[in-house]
Design a protein around this ligand. Structure first.
Ligand SMILES: N[C@@H](CCC(=O)N[C@@H](CS)C(=O)NCC(=O)O)C(=O)O
Length: 299
């Protein structure tokens, strides 16, 4: 570890102990659910609906990747992608319920079961779900070796990069109990670097890998689309208007009906409309009708 002058540390005088122990909540928005241990904390039985695919999730960027994929599959005519989406309230600790942990030992949404297999198959990690669904339905992952590899390159880029945006920038800029200049500078720089990576990639491409939409778009859009549209209230701070190619691509993604539908799932309080749970197309049709009515109403 690099030596530093304790008087410069935060809090002033702080010296890391020889062995770290968990003796207090660390503050910030998620302090009450954070712990240094894994495993179930309570017995919770998860419901199972009527469709082959059962999703246990929340409308955060990692959850929305999968609901956009499922809605795009349904829009493309893959009726086997019908799904029930159940709400997992991570702020209340549902991800530490016994049944949820059996699906995802990492206790994070999204988690999924495919009941069309016997015994049913468990899935965790959103990137794994996107690849699984793409292969199951033969969609949004090109067969051509170069295009397939490029799609997976960008999918893995997203999975590796977004934690620096969410857990790094978002945490220290929006959620931490106090502002630390060093941490905010470090992660603002990294977030802007990633936006520039995307901006350069999209300069001469309609979608992430070229002229066809793939699971790379579904994975990248929820995170970077959110930042571009005011996630963490950081549009001005990060000068997001400068990333013109990303902005164009985000608008194009937002205009897709299946993307709109996917963003509404497990997101009841989302501005622009949403549903807590989704058990059939009609649930979203109804929410869209209601949102459009509100949009038409005079201010
Ligand atoms: N790499 C995982 C990340 C999932 C993740 O971080 N999920 C967050 C919500 S976006 C979560 O469930 N957090 C609850 C917790 O940390 O206890 C994926 O892509 O599936």
């Amino acid at each position: 570890m690099a030596d530093s002058d304790p008087s410069q540390n935060q809090p002033t005088g702080y010296v890391p102990p020889k062995v770290w122990t968990w003796d207090k909540e660390n503050g910030g928005q998620f302090a009450s659910i954070n712990a240094p241990t894994a495993g179930a904390r309570k017995d919770i039985t998860l419901p199972v609906g009527k469709h082959p695919i059962q999703l246990y999730s929340l409308g955060t960027p990692n959850g929305v990747k999968v609901t956009i994929m499922l809605e795009e599959l349904l829009a493309a005519g893959h009726s086997g992608a019908e799904y029930d989406a159940w709400l997992i309230k991570i702020y209340e600790g549902d991800q530490f319920g016994s049944d949820f942990v059996k699906i995802n030992p990492n206790s994070k949404i999204p988690a999924m079961m495919d009941h069309s297999l016997d015994p049913p198959l468990r899935l965790f990690e959103s990137g794994s779900m996107l690849i699984y669904l793409a292969e199951k339905f033969g969609a949004f992952l090109p067969a051509d070796i170069r295009k397939r590899t490029e799609t997976l390159n960008w999918l893995m880029w997203q999975m590796g990069s977004a934690p620096f945006v969410g857990g790094g920038f978002g945490h220290f800029y929006a959620y931490a109990p106090f502002k630390i200049e060093y941490a905010i500078d470090r992660y603002a720089m990294e977030t802007k670097r990633q936006l520039d990576v995307l901006d350069k990639q999209l300069a001469d491409k309609e979608f992430i890998i070229g002229d066809e939409i793939t699971i790379a778009d579904f994975a990248i859009f929820p995170w970077y689309g959110s930042i571009m549209r005011g996630g963490y209230s950081a549009q001005e701070f990060l000068s997001t208007h400068a990333y013109r190619n990303v902005d164009r691509w985000v608008s194009q993604m937002e205009a897709r009906p299946a993307v709109r539908r996917g963003q509404m799932v497990n997101a009841a309080s989302r501005p622009g409309g949403g549903v807590a749970e989704r058990h059939g197309a009609a649930d979203l049709d109804e929410a869209i009708r209601a949102a459009d009515e509100v949009g038409k109403a005079p201010a």
